[in-house]
Design a protein around this ligand. Sequence first.
Ligand SMILES: [Zn+2]
Length: 91
Amino acid sequence: MQALERDGWQCVRCGARRRLEVDHILPVRDRPDISYALANLQVLCARCHARKTRLEVGHKPLPPDRARWRELLRDMQHNPNESEDAKCWTP
Ligand SMILES: [Zn+2]
């Protein structure tokens, strides 16, 4: 909560205000001693967080078209009732 307040409730990388998560700047597995230090926390949106985590575990970033497709699928799973199509079919 302190990290969210400090960073203004938005992703520090892209400014998004939805799907926010608090990231450990230095991964917990490397620096468990400072895992709860406010200075080691930053607010990221789910998208930026996933990208950072992929890099940390040694994967290359996905090509942009594949990344967009994966996000689309993830959004549909998160918000099954928010899509316009779903509303159209609701009696
Ligand atoms: Zn972001």
